[in-house]
Write a protein that binds this ligand. Structure first.
Ligand code: SF4
Length: 269
């Protein structure tokens, strides 16, 4: 692990080693560093994707107008070396989204993900490249609610990082499509397995995961899952059922992606 890169942030080249606490100084300013007084807004971690070893970054931002989540710190997981929309076109977004079926082999064509990549993720990436973000440490999450993976899959991050931030935070939500991989097992009990079909839900539940599934628009395939309270107007910041707990959550599919992803692609899951 190398601490204190040219941009003043922590680069974790081993991908899994924790930051030694005695090294927690503010590299950017050289000033005495009080992590608990810093807003959770900046570079949380830079390292390598556990899937393909590509350079990735986790950036936390405050101040969201997302009506579904409510007031939560948003964590963006991006490629460090390529603009997010270019990564979607070239398939390099696999480093941060893995095998999520909402991706498409043809870039934006046939893509079902609700995230508007050329908008918020690109703004965050541009600010990162401009050097607008300072390092932010887990203590800064104190008293906050965290949404892991406003874009990107949080299982791509190291366990120690998520654990340290969640230990400070008041609550969190997160979803992973990587639950079939052995290397993502640490995320069971912390994030929900994101599943697409009742079959996938069953498999993930058997493997001990809490699940989140977007089903038919009319909700007819809810089965024994619990309806996401956002359907009744609740916000994630208040609900926080998607914190890895042992429950199956269901939401009727919505948004443009619901109609775009071919049923055949999902039925394989
Ligand atoms: S179940 Fe709760 S935390 Fe999960 S998506 Fe719905 S409102 Fe958000």
């Amino acid at each position: 692990m190398k601490l204190g890169s040219d941009r003043g942030c922590v680069v974790d080249t081993s991908n899994h080693a924790p930051i030694p606490s005695d090294n927690r100084v503010c590299y950017a300013s050289g000033a005495a560093f009080r992590p608990e007084r810093v807003r959770p807004h900046g570079i949380l971690w830079e390292g390598l994707s556990p899937l393909d070893g590509a350079p990735i970054v986790a950036i936390a931002t405050c101040g969201t107008n997302n009506r579904k989540t409510g007031d939560m710190v948003q964590v963006w997981i991006l490629r460090r070396d390529v603009e997010p929309h270019t990564a979607v076109r070239s398939g390099q977004d696999r480093s941060i989204c893995g095998d999520c079926p909402m991706r498409s082999k043809e870039g934006f064509t046939g893509r079902g993900c609700y995230v508007q990549v050329p908008q918020a993720p690109f703004s965050v990436y541009r600010a990162y490249k401009r050097g607008s973000y300072r390092p932010v440490y887990p203590e800064a999450f104190k008293g906050r609610y965290v949404r892991w993976g406003a874009y990107g899959d949080p299982a791509m991050l190291p366990h120690w990082l998520v654990q340290a931030c969640n230990a400070s935070a008041t609550g969190w939500t997160g979803y992973t499509h990587q639950w079939r991989y052995e290397w993502s097992e640490w995320a069971r009990g912390t994030f929900m397995a994101s599943v697409e079909t009742p079959k996938g839900e069953e498999a993930a539940r058997r493997a001990g995961w809490g699940t989140f599934r977007a089903g038919r628009v009319d909700g007819s395939d809810i089965g024994r899952a619990v309806l996401c309270p956002s359907e009744g107007g609740a916000q994630c910041a208040d609900c926080r059922m998607c914190d890895g707990r042992d429950v199956a959550v269901f939401i009727p599919a919505h948004g443009p992606g619901a109609a775009v992803v071919p049923a055949e692609r999902l039925s394989r899951r």
